[in-house]
Write a protein that binds this ligand. Structure first.
Ligand code: DAU
Length: 353
């Protein structure tokens, strides 16, 4: 399926997409990869500088909503991985239109083009565990569960998933949907919690922890995610959904403390700030279906976190320019007032109620 395939990766200058392209080119010497990326604020061409001159790799700047451009590329490939998406929950609370455009309409344009190109033998839709909504303690989402997205971002991804299902049922398009947990690792935009906290700590700036900091996420190392996607593309069944979770569940407060320890920075950098609206308390997926294909994560929570922290320490060239650009305005809008009225961490008193 992938050995000498021509592969279209959308959103390849983003976090998971760029890691996946590097993974593919390393693992498949005869594969050809086309990266279609719009170069939004979340893209970083520096992520792929090591493969820029590789004859197996081609970059095309463009939007997945552009049907003509997509048709041209679709005619040339065997496999599609759709990573292109607006992905940040907090931004979707400020403005959701771009999420609907890319995650819903863009996915539709890709699917509609793929169904008219029988050369496309596999379409992998990279989705998220957030489509299941918040999980109560002890509950684990299975692939067959109904979707209950609770943020505009999650709703846009659920819209993309629903279309994938429709294109499989209606046209027999060989689509597979994957729903992964929270990824961490190299090349993630600093708007997300882990890179924001790591780089803030390195700059001796406060870590804005939402609410009581007791929300739980499952931390999946991006390389483990890439291996899962590769396996699913090769061995998965069309029309199926595969959850991808590492079972590295941890509360945000514990994660913040662990990363401060790795960086040898004081806990006093933690600042409890006003919570995210509609904040999902916990995500948890049952990934036994994927594990039955032979996948298991290679990184536990601490190993994933340590590798991530060390990467940001070594690669300030990658993230420092982001702080100097439009991110500054976003940061001010998102965190300015919250940090001003936030409460510092009190080692005696624990977390605020
Ligand atoms: O679960 C998969 C999802 O994980 C992906 O589909 C999303 O694209 C990705 O952004 C991520 O969503 P989260 O909302 O869980 O990730 P984020 O890094 O924004 O937040 C992680 C947790 O940390 C969440 O409980 C909110 C909290 N948080 C986040 C930020 C940015 C804070 O306490 N402070 C912050 O400044």
């Amino acid at each position: 399926m992938l050995d000498d395939a021509r592969i279209l990766v959308t959103g390849g200058c983003g976090f998971i997409g760029s890691n996946f392209i590097l993974h593919l080119l390393e693992r498949y010497p005869n594969a050809q990869v086309v990266n279609l990326d719009k170069l939004t604020y979340a893209s970083n061409q520096g992520s792929l500088r090591d493969v820029e001159g590789d004859p197996r790799y081609r970059f095309v700047q463009g939007d997945i909503c552009d049907g003509e451009l997509v048709d041209g590329l679709m005619a040339e490939v065997d496999v599609v991985f759709n990573f292109a998406a607006e992905t940040h929950v907090d931004r979707s609370l400020m403005e959701a239109g771009s999420f609907i455009m890319t995650d819903v309409l863009g996915t539709h344009v890709l699917l509609d083009s793929a169904r008219r190109h029988p050369n496309v033998k596999r379409f992998v839709q990279v989705s998220t565990d957030e489509v299941y909504g918040e999980m109560s303690p002890g509950a684990w989402a299975k692939e067959s569960d109904p979707l209950h997205p609770r943020s505009p971002y999650a709703a846009s991804k659920a819209g993309g998933d629903a279309q994938c299902n429709a294109f499989f049922e209606t046209y027999g398009l060989p689509v597979i949907i994957t729903r992964a947990a929270n990824n961490i690792g190299p090349r993630q935009h600093i708007e997300k919690m882990v890179p924001l906290f790591v780089t803030s700590a390195m700059r001796d700036e406060p870590l804005p922890l939402y609410g009581d900091g007791r929300q739980v996420r499952d931390w999946l190392y991006v390389e483990d995610h890439c291996r899962a996607l590769e396996l699913i593309a090769r061995e998965g069944e069309s029309g199926e959904v595969y959850n991808i979770g590492a079972d590295n569940h941890e509360e945000n407060i514990r994660l913040a403390k662990a990363l401060l320890q790795l960086l040898e920075k004081p806990l006093s950098l933690i600042r409890f700030v006003e919570d995210r609206k509609g904040h999902d308390r916990r995500y948890a997926v049952d990934s036994s279906k994927l594990r039955a294909l032979g996948w298991a994560p290679r990184h536990d929570f601490l190993s994933a976190l340590e590798r991530t922290v060390r990467w940001y320490q070594k690669n300030s060239w990658w993230w420092e320019p982001i702080y100097a650009g439009p991110f500054r305005d976003y940061y001010q809008r998102q965190y300015g007032d919250r940090l001003a009225s936030g409460a510092p961490y009190d080692p005696e008193g624990g977390t605020p109620q």
